[in-house]
Design a protein. Structure first.
Length: 348
């Protein structure tokens, strides 16, 4: 049985699935962007499901290929096949693919339509939703990008059947983020029951994005854990082994909760409960940091997109589901937060 096409019981898409099929049928050409890992498991099945000739663009997997050079390769393939403004790009993969593919589509001939089909838990609940696209540049995460909405996001948990445990845990971190900033019941999500919360997570993000698409106010809450998390992730990419996005965000959330206790009077029990979960969330990573890594991470904060007037802006909590935006934190306090979370990482 074709597990993708016939798994109607498990299909969790939100919105016009038949509208997507119509867009595929009407497109002048269909391109499918994916990476080598996803292609091995799912590309032939998705090609069959699309039901028409497609042009495959298969890139190497991993954050280190989320670059301008990869984008140029995508555009070159499209130009060689004379893609016009009626072409459709299908992004089949995790957050790297949906970010990179969305950016490629939003710029090609000033914008063509694209669809995201996320294949990782993290992409299903976060990266594929909300219209943020981009690439890494100058050693910094998502430094170049656009706001551009996919015409559809098709979510199907069948893809999770081939996902490594480490990727599941990485996605679980982003699901827990929604528990801290919006719906505390999502803090009940764990490795065994996470599929019960996939739709709730996506709906939380859609609701926030619908009220503030270009991140002028409310949408900033989605950056909880990401300010230091992105800096930690960027630093890890310079090491012999790197963190997955969710793993870096787990460290960033731990640091943000510590800062919330210090700066916003958050009940320390929230931080203690998170400390108990951290070893599970980082179960599959071997990387560790110490005090020598603090200053390199601090340097990446200077390039954070949320900075204002050269000052780093944090999202912190005064209570569960009560985020506080645009909190300025003194550099020494940031160093203490990093020292705190790096110590927890070493002793997990």
């Amino acid at each position: 049985m074709d597990s993708f096409q016939n798994d109607e019981k498990n299909r969790l898409n939100r919105g016009g699935f038949f509208g997507f099929q119509k867009a595929v049928a009407e497109a002048s050409q269909v391109f499918v962007l994916t990476d080598e890992n996803v292609a091995m498991f799912w590309l032939p099945e998705v090609e069959h499901w699309l039901g028409r000739h497609v042009v495959d663009i298969v890139i190497k997997p991993g954050e280190k290929y989320k670059t301008l050079q990869t984008i140029q390769r995508v555009w070159n393939v499209m130009m060689r096949h004379h893609a016009d403004r009626q072409a459709l790009l299908v992004n089949l993969g995790g957050g790297v693919i949906t970010d990179l593919g969305g950016f490629a589509a939003s710029c090609y001939q000033r914008g063509i339509r694209f669809v995201n089909i996320p294949t990782t838990l993290l992409a299903m609940v976060d990266a594929a939703i909300g219209g943020k696209t981009g690439i890494d540049f100058g050693g910094c995460k998502n430094q170049i990008g656009t706001f551009a909405e996919p015409i559809e996001v098709i979510i199907n948990p069948v893809f999770l059947s081939t996902l490594p445990e480490r990727e599941i845990l990485s996605g679980l971190v982003e699901m827990l983020k929604y528990g801290y900033i919006s719906r505390p019941e999502m803090l009940e999500a764990n490795r065994d029951n996470f599929q019960d919360y996939v739709l709730m997570a996506g709906d939380v993000k859609r609701e926030i994005v619908s009220r503030d698409f270009r991140e002028q106010g409310l949408r900033k809450v989605l950056n909880f854990g990401h300010t230091l998390g992105h800096a930690i992730e960027s630093h890890s990419l310079t090491q012999s082994s790197s963190l997955l996005h969710g793993e870096a965000v787990a460290l960033g959330m731990g640091a943000a909760l510590w800062l919330s206790v210090q700066c916003c009077h958050l009940d320390e029990k929230v931080l203690i409960d998170f400390e108990k979960r951290l070893p599970e969330l980082l179960l599959e990573t071997q990387i560790s940091f110490d005090e020598a890594d603090i200053e390199p991470v601090m340097k990446y904060l200077a390039h954070d997109k949320k900075n204002k007037g050269g000052k780093v802006q944090f999202v912190l909590l005064e209570a569960l589901a009560k985020p506080v935006l645009d909190v300025e934190v003194a550099p020494e306090m940031m160093r203490q937060a990093l020292a705190y979370i790096f110590n927890k990482l070493q002793n997990r």
